[in-house]
Design a protein around this ligand. Structure first.
Ligand SMILES: [Zn+2]
Length: 128
């Protein structure tokens, strides 16, 4: 009788431990996803910051020209620009905190930022 009760308690504790692990993993992922932003700098000044959770499509005036910025699927990219070589357009999508898109002729920089936890996580992901 006591033995069966012990087994039930052990199973219950294990189930609790497993489910709380699963819940904390899900919560951590949700938290880090919400932390990512695209910061748009013109001439070194922060022009605007856009959450990568949102969809956005807008044009930024910079350096006598324009850059069309598109935010979708948790990433940011420059979809179009009237700078010479369009290096910024060819940078493609960026979504990892710490990565950047630069348009040198327009002195425009887009920086992907996250909280420190997300940056640590992405460093770990690269390390392994
Ligand atoms: Zn450019």
């Amino acid at each position: 009788m006591f033995k069966r009760l012990d087994v039930i308690i052990i199973v219950a504790i294990m189930a609790l431990a497993l489910s709380s692990l699963a819940v904390s993993a899900v919560v951590r992922n949700m938290g880090s996803d919400k932390a990512a932003y695209a910061e748009i700098y013109i001439d070194g000044e922060l022009e605007r910051a856009v959450s990568l959770d949102e969809e956005a499509d807008f044009t930024v005036e910079a350096g006598g020209g324009y850059n069309r910025v598109v935010v979708e699927d948790g990433s940011v990219r420059i979809a179009d620009a009237d700078c010479g070589a369009k290096v910024c357009v060819h940078c493609g999508r960026q979504s990892i905190p710490g990565s950047m898109i630069a348009c040198l002729p327009h002195r425009l920089v887009i920086k992907v930022t996250g909280d420190s936890e997300k940056e640590e996580e992405s460093v770990d992901a690269i390390a392994y």
